[in-house]
Design a protein around this ligand. Structure first.
Ligand code: NAD
Length: 339
């Protein structure tokens, strides 16, 4: 089995590559990544020299490049993690979100159509469903909840999902989509809530919390997410959408306080800042379908996952210190000069 993992130098994609290397050691893995600010080659150090693993630097939205890649070898499965993923950045500059998240998905699917594949899997987000009110804990997103994106990021992901389903219906491309809640765990770029708060707390810097910190997210440990995608690849039905959620709803303030307690840091580090524009109130996934049909359930309780995540950031300071200081850019320019 030859699998193409796009965006594999980012947070979830790299965790997925490690998961594949452990659970499908006979699979051939090609990672395609543009190495934007969010992609980090150092993350892949443990697999880069292994037989059966190949890294290619390139842009999923570059049609000539993608066609050339597909002409060099046959992929059985493509899993598309590559995306611009940060909501705040999409509010500042939506253009690149449309290019990578929508056009990039189209370019990949066109290449898949031509070459013939077993499965194109699109990694989606629950943010395409908009948000839920804070005072209705009985409401959850299901796969049939209407798409109501709030930010340019979620609108670009919703557009990509529509295109994926259209390629299935129109061209018969064998596709699946997963829509997951907020992931956390090792190797996450320190602009996202959990690593940002851990790193700031470790340096006794202010912890910026949007608004009053009451916004609720449903936290999914990244390894549980990887396991779910693997199940969808093997047992999922073509043309179907699967929601993946952690059953771990927490307000941002609760998450930040948990991190401070674990690190023995004072709550006085919390600083409330002006709210994000269009900030979604609550995300909560109903993962009944993937549980019922594929037997998936999250294994990791939030209390355990956050402890493992904090310990990982404590034990892997050089990784995030390079990122925070910008050293890793020099590293990957050095690694890829001339390629
Ligand atoms: P990330 O930002 O950590 O990684 C994205 C990766 O994609 C980076 O390595 C980057 O270099 C690469 N990339 C960006 N543009 C590219 C392009 N044009 N061509 C090739 N590579 C490109 O993101 P993540 O958090 O790992 O998210 C992965 C996927 O999961 C995304 O599609 C995202 O929308 C989705 N998702 C993430 C979360 C979450 O909580 N992190 C939740 C739901 C869905």
């Amino acid at each position: 089995m030859h699998i193409l993992v796009t965006g594999g130098a980012g947070f979830i994609g790299s965790n997925f590559i490690f998961y594949l290397a452990e659970h499908h050691p006979d699979w051939q893995i090609t990672c395609l990544d543009k190495l934007t600010y969010a992609g980090n080659l150092e993350t892949l150090d443990s697999v880069r020299n292994k037989a059966g693993f190949d890294f290619v630097r390139g842009d999923i939205a570059d049609r000539d490049f993608v066609n050339d890649l597909f002409s060099q070898g046959h992929f059985d499965i493509v899993v598309n993690f590559a995306a611009e993923s940060h909501v705040d950045r999409s509010i500042e500059d939506p253009g690149v979100f449309l290019k990578t998240n929508v056009l990039g998905t189209q370019v990949l699917m066109d290449a898949c159509r031509r070459s013939g594949i077993r499965r194109f899997h699109q990694v989606g987000t629950d943010e395409v469903y908009g948000d839920l009110p804070l005072d209705r804990p009985d409401l959850f997103f299901t796969e049939t909840t209407p798409l109501t994106a709030s930010s340019p990021y979620s609108a670009s992901k919703a557009s990509a999902d529509l295109l994926v389903m259209a390629y299935h219906r129109t061209y018969g491309l064998p596709v699946t989509i997963s829509r997951c809640s907020n992931n956390y765990g090792p190797w996450q770029f320190p602009e996202k809530l959990i690593p940002l708060m851990i790193i700031n707390a470790l340096s006794d810097k202010a912890l910026p919390v949007y608004g009053t910190g009451q916004n609720v997210r449903d936290w999914l440990y990244v390894e549980d997410h990887c396991k779910a995608i693997d199940l969808i690849l093997t047992d999922g039905q073509d043309g179907e959408i699967y929601n993946i959620g952690g059953h771990n709803e927490k307000s941002n303030l609760e998450v930040v306080k948990t991190i401070l307690r674990r690190l023995n840091k004072p709550e006085s580090l919390i600083t409330f800042v002006s709210d994000r524009k269009g900030h979604d109130l609550r995300y909560a996934i109903d993962p009944a379908r993937i549980s019922r049909e594929l037997g998936w359930l999250p294994d990791t309780r939030f209390e355990d996952g956050i402890r493992r995540t904090i310990d990982w950031y404590l034990e892997n300071r050089p990784w995030w210190e390079h990122i925070v200081s910008g050293d890793y850019r020099q590293y990957y320019e050095k690694m890829y000069r001339g390629r």
